[in-house]
Design a protein around this ligand. Structure first.
Ligand code: PRP
Length: 206
């Protein structure tokens, strides 16, 4: 039995489509209602959790694999995990975004950047040698520049709808993000064949 922690929400929906086209029976997942652990006849058990917790379940060894966005991995200590596959789902971009007048602004003190991704934001601005104050938020980041609490945001953009709906625009694209199949490095060595077989069974888009 393979146990997989899957990020709830958009990644879960895209991963289900991938499982279905790979021949897995996803009906127990579609009918799960509020149940969070779903056993299937395919020999796989799925555990539905929040993105930021996927690696915690791997750390405790209670799941074998994790399905999680690269965005969440970037903020963790990546040396502990191995990416077995880029699942080519959940594709989006990390962007610096703000109101239209951002580019003409001259920042004399520190710029204020709101984000859910402080590590990536620090790295991005240190490459530019710009000094920033980071405001950590947990969601709805777009609100911060609209209310003039921050000069800009670093956030994920998929369709761009949230930015547009809030009068914001992309200032700079930082990097691409997609969903990864990950394992704890030590476990991946021991369960190499089992993990390889699972990856091979997935019809990942090229
Ligand atoms: C993410 C992200 C943006 C939005 C981008 O938020 O933080 O707000 O999706 O998607 P779009 O470009 O398709 O509009 P999410 O919906 O995960 O919720 P959150 O604000 O609670 O993080």
């Amino acid at each position: 039995m393979l146990k997989i922690a899957v990020t709830k929400g958009r990644i879960e929906r895209d991963f289900c489509k991938l499982l279905e086209r790979s021949g897995y029976d996803i009906s127990p997942i579609l009918n799960k209602d509020r149940k969070l652990i779903i056993d299937t006849k395919d020999g796989v058990e799925y555990v539905f959790v929040k993105a930021s917790d996927v690696t915690t379940y791997l750390d405790y060894g209670v799941v074998d694999l994790g399905v999680v966005g690269k965005d969440s991995l970037i903020e963790k200590d990546c040396s502990k995990y191995v990416e077995l596959a880029d699942l080519k789902i959940g594709k989006c971009k990390f962007c610096l975004a703000s109101k239209g007048d951002y580019k003409s602004k001259k920042f004399e003190g520190k710029e204020v950047i709101a984000t859910k991704y402080p590590k990536l934001t620090k790295q991005f601005f240190s490459k530019k040698s710009s000094k920033v104050d980071i405001v950590n938020l947990n969601g709805s980041i777009e609100v911060a520049p609209v209310l003039d609490m921050a000069d800009a945001i670093v956030d994920l953009v998929e369709t761009g709808d949230t930015l547009r709906a809030n009068g914001l625009e992309i200032i700079e694209e930082i990097c691409d993000v997609s969903t990864r199949l990950v394992a704890n490095k030590d476990v991946a060595d021991v369960k190499k064949d089992e993990f390889n077989n699972f990856v091979k069974s997935l019809k990942i888009d090229m």
